[in-house]
Design a protein around this ligand. Structure first.
Ligand SMILES: [Zn+2]
Length: 297
Protein backbone atom coordinates (compact mmCIF):
# COMPACT_ATOMS: atom_id res chain seq x y z
CA UNK A 1 0.00 0.00 0.00
CA UNK A 2 1.40 3.36 -0.86
CA UNK A 3 -0.77 5.39 1.44
CA UNK A 4 0.63 3.79 4.54
CA UNK A 5 1.38 6.91 6.46
CA UNK A 6 -1.83 8.52 7.44
CA UNK A 7 -3.25 9.77 10.65
CA UNK A 8 -4.94 7.27 12.88
CA UNK A 9 -8.39 7.85 11.47
CA UNK A 10 -7.13 6.69 8.12
CA UNK A 11 -5.03 3.84 9.40
CA UNK A 12 -7.25 1.33 7.65
CA UNK A 13 -6.55 2.15 4.06
CA UNK A 14 -9.05 0.55 1.76
CA UNK A 15 -7.86 -1.26 -1.31
CA UNK A 16 -9.84 1.25 -3.33
CA UNK A 17 -7.99 4.20 -1.83
CA UNK A 18 -4.67 2.50 -2.49
CA UNK A 19 -5.61 1.87 -6.08
CA UNK A 20 -6.68 5.46 -6.46
CA UNK A 21 -3.32 6.57 -5.10
CA UNK A 22 -1.47 4.42 -7.59
CA UNK A 23 -3.68 5.66 -10.40
CA UNK A 24 -2.97 9.25 -9.39
CA UNK A 25 0.75 8.58 -9.50
CA UNK A 26 0.33 6.94 -12.88
CA UNK A 27 -1.43 9.98 -14.28
CA UNK A 28 1.22 12.35 -13.00
CA UNK A 29 4.12 10.20 -14.20
CA UNK A 30 2.45 9.60 -17.51
CA UNK A 31 2.68 13.29 -18.32
CA UNK A 32 6.33 13.41 -17.44
CA UNK A 33 8.02 11.19 -19.94
CA UNK A 34 8.42 7.80 -21.51
CA UNK A 35 5.06 7.12 -20.03
CA UNK A 36 4.38 3.50 -19.41
CA UNK A 37 7.61 2.66 -17.70
CA UNK A 38 7.34 5.68 -15.44
CA UNK A 39 3.69 5.03 -14.72
CA UNK A 40 4.13 1.40 -13.77
CA UNK A 41 7.36 1.70 -11.80
CA UNK A 42 6.07 3.05 -8.50
CA UNK A 43 3.60 0.23 -8.01
CA UNK A 44 6.00 -2.42 -9.29
CA UNK A 45 8.80 -1.04 -7.12
CA UNK A 46 6.58 -1.16 -4.10
CA UNK A 47 5.64 -4.78 -4.77
CA UNK A 48 9.28 -5.74 -5.30
CA UNK A 49 10.06 -4.02 -2.05
CA UNK A 50 7.35 -5.91 -0.20
CA UNK A 51 8.46 -9.18 -1.69
CA UNK A 52 12.12 -8.57 -0.92
CA UNK A 53 11.71 -7.38 2.64
CA UNK A 54 10.84 -9.77 5.41
CA UNK A 55 7.45 -8.85 6.90
CA UNK A 56 9.10 -7.56 10.05
CA UNK A 57 11.50 -5.37 8.07
CA UNK A 58 8.64 -3.95 6.10
CA UNK A 59 6.62 -3.31 9.24
CA UNK A 60 9.64 -1.54 10.75
CA UNK A 61 9.98 0.64 7.66
CA UNK A 62 6.29 1.50 7.68
CA UNK A 63 6.56 2.42 11.34
CA UNK A 64 9.69 4.51 10.70
CA UNK A 65 8.06 6.32 7.79
CA UNK A 66 5.11 7.15 10.01
CA UNK A 67 7.33 8.20 12.91
CA UNK A 68 9.30 10.63 10.75
CA UNK A 69 6.14 12.02 9.17
CA UNK A 70 6.65 10.79 5.61
CA UNK A 71 3.75 10.54 3.17
CA UNK A 72 4.81 7.04 2.06
CA UNK A 73 7.47 4.40 2.62
CA UNK A 74 10.57 5.20 0.54
CA UNK A 75 11.10 2.83 -2.40
CA UNK A 76 13.96 0.35 -2.14
CA UNK A 77 16.70 0.90 -4.75
CA UNK A 78 17.56 -1.85 -7.26
CA UNK A 79 20.73 -3.89 -6.73
CA UNK A 80 23.92 -1.98 -7.65
CA UNK A 81 24.85 -2.31 -11.32
CA UNK A 82 27.17 -5.24 -12.09
CA UNK A 83 29.00 -3.14 -14.63
CA UNK A 84 29.65 0.44 -13.57
CA UNK A 85 28.50 3.09 -16.03
CA UNK A 86 31.11 5.07 -17.94
CA UNK A 87 31.13 8.56 -16.52
CA UNK A 88 32.27 11.46 -18.65
CA UNK A 89 32.10 15.22 -18.19
CA UNK A 90 28.68 16.67 -18.89
CA UNK A 91 28.54 18.49 -22.25
CA UNK A 92 29.66 22.05 -21.72
CA UNK A 93 31.19 21.25 -18.34
CA UNK A 94 34.58 20.09 -19.68
CA UNK A 95 37.81 22.05 -19.36
CA UNK A 96 40.69 22.24 -21.86
CA UNK A 97 42.61 18.97 -21.75
CA UNK A 98 39.71 17.14 -20.12
CA UNK A 99 40.08 13.90 -22.09
CA UNK A 100 43.75 14.15 -23.13
CA UNK A 101 44.88 14.67 -19.54
CA UNK A 102 42.28 12.29 -18.07
CA UNK A 103 40.97 14.95 -15.69
CA UNK A 104 38.17 14.15 -13.19
CA UNK A 105 34.83 14.63 -14.97
CA UNK A 106 32.27 17.16 -13.71
CA UNK A 107 28.76 15.71 -14.07
CA UNK A 108 25.26 16.20 -12.70
CA UNK A 109 23.59 12.87 -13.49
CA UNK A 110 24.80 9.25 -13.50
CA UNK A 111 23.96 7.47 -16.76
CA UNK A 112 21.31 4.88 -15.83
CA UNK A 113 17.79 3.95 -16.91
CA UNK A 114 16.86 2.97 -13.38
CA UNK A 115 14.52 5.23 -11.45
CA UNK A 116 17.08 6.20 -8.84
CA UNK A 117 18.45 9.49 -7.59
CA UNK A 118 21.52 10.12 -5.42
CA UNK A 119 21.49 12.23 -2.28
CA UNK A 120 24.55 14.37 -1.58
CA UNK A 121 24.84 16.63 1.46
CA UNK A 122 27.39 19.42 1.67
CA UNK A 123 29.53 21.47 4.03
CA UNK A 124 28.85 20.07 7.52
CA UNK A 125 27.69 22.99 9.68
CA UNK A 126 24.66 21.28 11.26
CA UNK A 127 25.28 18.11 13.27
CA UNK A 128 21.79 16.88 14.05
CA UNK A 129 21.58 13.48 15.80
CA UNK A 130 17.95 13.13 14.66
CA UNK A 131 19.14 13.23 11.06
CA UNK A 132 21.40 10.21 11.70
CA UNK A 133 18.56 8.32 13.38
CA UNK A 134 16.07 9.13 10.64
CA UNK A 135 18.30 8.04 7.78
CA UNK A 136 19.36 4.92 9.68
CA UNK A 137 15.81 3.84 10.44
CA UNK A 138 14.69 4.50 6.86
CA UNK A 139 17.84 2.93 5.28
CA UNK A 140 18.48 5.94 3.04
CA UNK A 141 22.03 6.12 1.61
CA UNK A 142 23.76 9.45 1.12
CA UNK A 143 27.17 10.93 0.41
CA UNK A 144 28.63 13.81 2.42
CA UNK A 145 30.97 16.47 1.02
CA UNK A 146 32.82 18.00 3.93
CA UNK A 147 34.59 21.31 4.31
CA UNK A 148 37.10 21.23 7.15
CA UNK A 149 36.36 24.61 8.72
CA UNK A 150 32.79 23.44 9.40
CA UNK A 151 33.43 19.88 10.56
CA UNK A 152 36.63 20.21 12.61
CA UNK A 153 34.75 20.89 15.86
CA UNK A 154 33.15 17.43 15.72
CA UNK A 155 34.77 14.88 13.42
CA UNK A 156 33.08 12.22 15.57
CA UNK A 157 29.65 13.09 14.19
CA UNK A 158 30.83 12.28 10.68
CA UNK A 159 32.62 9.13 11.84
CA UNK A 160 29.23 7.84 12.98
CA UNK A 161 27.95 8.42 9.45
CA UNK A 162 30.91 6.58 8.00
CA UNK A 163 30.37 3.68 10.42
CA UNK A 164 26.84 3.35 9.03
CA UNK A 165 28.18 2.91 5.50
CA UNK A 166 27.92 6.43 4.12
CA UNK A 167 30.84 7.87 2.18
CA UNK A 168 32.63 11.05 3.20
CA UNK A 169 34.11 13.11 0.40
CA UNK A 170 36.24 16.22 -0.14
CA UNK A 171 34.73 19.73 -0.26
CA UNK A 172 37.97 21.69 0.47
CA UNK A 173 39.53 23.08 3.64
CA UNK A 174 37.80 26.49 3.74
CA UNK A 175 35.12 26.48 1.00
CA UNK A 176 36.64 29.19 -1.22
CA UNK A 177 35.64 30.26 -4.73
CA UNK A 178 38.32 28.10 -6.34
CA UNK A 179 38.59 29.80 -9.75
CA UNK A 180 39.76 32.93 -7.90
CA UNK A 181 42.81 31.07 -6.57
CA UNK A 182 46.10 30.06 -8.19
CA UNK A 183 46.83 26.43 -9.02
CA UNK A 184 48.99 26.08 -5.90
CA UNK A 185 46.35 27.63 -3.67
CA UNK A 186 43.69 25.33 -5.10
CA UNK A 187 45.94 22.33 -4.64
CA UNK A 188 46.46 23.30 -1.01
CA UNK A 189 42.67 23.48 -0.47
CA UNK A 190 42.06 20.06 -2.02
CA UNK A 191 45.17 18.09 -0.99
CA UNK A 192 45.05 19.65 2.50
CA UNK A 193 41.53 18.27 2.93
CA UNK A 194 42.68 14.89 1.61
CA UNK A 195 45.33 14.80 4.37
CA UNK A 196 42.81 15.68 7.06
CA UNK A 197 40.35 13.08 5.83
CA UNK A 198 43.06 10.43 5.78
CA UNK A 199 43.94 11.29 9.39
CA UNK A 200 40.40 11.68 10.72
CA UNK A 201 38.50 9.09 8.69
CA UNK A 202 41.24 6.64 7.72
CA UNK A 203 41.03 7.16 4.01
CA UNK A 204 41.48 9.89 1.41
CA UNK A 205 38.44 10.11 -0.89
CA UNK A 206 38.47 9.86 -4.68
CA UNK A 207 35.41 12.10 -5.01
CA UNK A 208 35.50 15.88 -4.69
CA UNK A 209 32.93 18.63 -5.16
CA UNK A 210 34.09 22.20 -5.82
CA UNK A 211 32.33 24.73 -3.56
CA UNK A 212 29.37 26.42 -5.29
CA UNK A 213 29.99 24.07 -8.24
CA UNK A 214 32.63 26.55 -9.50
CA UNK A 215 35.88 25.29 -10.99
CA UNK A 216 38.38 25.84 -13.79
CA UNK A 217 41.09 23.77 -15.46
CA UNK A 218 43.47 24.30 -12.53
CA UNK A 219 40.81 22.94 -10.15
CA UNK A 220 40.55 19.65 -11.99
CA UNK A 221 44.32 19.38 -12.49
CA UNK A 222 44.91 20.03 -8.79
CA UNK A 223 42.15 17.57 -7.85
CA UNK A 224 43.72 14.89 -10.02
CA UNK A 225 47.13 15.54 -8.44
CA UNK A 226 45.49 15.01 -5.02
CA UNK A 227 44.07 11.61 -6.04
CA UNK A 228 40.57 12.65 -7.09
CA UNK A 229 38.81 10.70 -9.86
CA UNK A 230 35.30 12.24 -9.94
CA UNK A 231 33.91 15.74 -9.44
CA UNK A 232 30.12 15.38 -9.30
CA UNK A 233 28.02 18.51 -8.90
CA UNK A 234 24.19 18.28 -8.97
CA UNK A 235 21.04 18.49 -11.06
CA UNK A 236 18.60 19.50 -8.32
CA UNK A 237 18.97 21.22 -4.98
CA UNK A 238 16.53 20.73 -2.14
CA UNK A 239 16.03 23.31 0.60
CA UNK A 240 13.83 22.98 3.65
CA UNK A 241 11.04 24.91 1.89
CA UNK A 242 11.55 24.43 -1.86
CA UNK A 243 13.37 22.66 -4.70
CA UNK A 244 15.60 24.23 -7.36
CA UNK A 245 16.22 22.61 -10.74
CA UNK A 246 19.03 22.87 -13.25
CA UNK A 247 16.87 21.68 -16.16
CA UNK A 248 14.02 23.50 -17.85
CA UNK A 249 11.57 20.65 -17.26
CA UNK A 250 11.86 21.13 -13.49
CA UNK A 251 11.64 17.42 -12.73
CA UNK A 252 13.73 14.50 -11.54
CA UNK A 253 15.44 12.20 -14.05
CA UNK A 254 16.95 8.73 -13.65
CA UNK A 255 20.42 9.04 -12.14
CA UNK A 256 20.09 12.65 -11.01
CA UNK A 257 22.38 13.86 -8.26
CA UNK A 258 20.50 15.92 -5.68
CA UNK A 259 22.25 18.43 -3.43
CA UNK A 260 21.27 19.58 0.00
CA UNK A 261 23.22 20.94 2.97
CA UNK A 262 23.87 20.14 6.60
CA UNK A 263 21.79 23.06 7.83
CA UNK A 264 19.41 23.64 10.69
CA UNK A 265 17.38 26.41 12.24
CA UNK A 266 20.38 28.77 12.28
CA UNK A 267 20.32 28.79 8.48
CA UNK A 268 16.76 28.12 7.43
CA UNK A 269 13.25 27.68 8.77
CA UNK A 270 13.40 24.03 9.76
CA UNK A 271 15.61 21.10 10.69
CA UNK A 272 17.56 18.50 8.74
CA UNK A 273 14.64 16.17 9.38
CA UNK A 274 12.23 18.66 7.79
CA UNK A 275 14.57 18.96 4.81
CA UNK A 276 14.83 15.18 4.40
CA UNK A 277 11.05 14.82 4.69
CA UNK A 278 10.61 17.23 1.77
CA UNK A 279 13.26 15.37 -0.22
CA UNK A 280 11.91 11.87 0.44
CA UNK A 281 8.27 12.76 -0.10
CA UNK A 282 8.92 14.11 -3.59
CA UNK A 283 11.34 11.36 -4.59
CA UNK A 284 8.90 8.63 -3.52
CA UNK A 285 5.88 10.40 -5.01
CA UNK A 286 7.69 10.61 -8.35
CA UNK A 287 8.49 6.88 -8.23
CA UNK A 288 12.21 7.14 -7.49
CA UNK A 289 14.38 5.29 -4.98
CA UNK A 290 17.50 6.75 -3.36
CA UNK A 291 20.59 4.76 -4.35
CA UNK A 292 24.21 4.90 -3.20
CA UNK A 293 26.35 7.10 -5.42
CA UNK A 294 29.52 5.07 -4.88
CA UNK A 295 27.77 1.93 -6.20
CA UNK A 296 27.75 3.63 -9.60
CA UNK A 297 31.28 5.09 -9.59
ZN1 LIG B 1 29.48 23.84 -0.11
Amino acid sequence: MRAVVQNDKNRVVSAMAALAAVAAVAVVSGCAGPGDEAAVRPAAGQQAHRAAAAPDDHAALVAAARRWGLDAVPLRPPAPPKRKPTITARDGFEVDGQVEDDLPPVFTTIPTRKKVVFLTIDDGAEKDPDFLRMMGELHIPYTAFLSNYLVKDDYGYFRRMQAEGHTLNNHTLTHPYLPGLTYDEQKHEICGMQDIMRRQFGKAPTVFRPPYGNYNGDTLRAAKACGIKYAPIWDEEVFVDHWEYREWDRSLHPGDIVLTHFRGRDDWDGTMVDDMRRFLNKVTRDGYAVARLEDYL
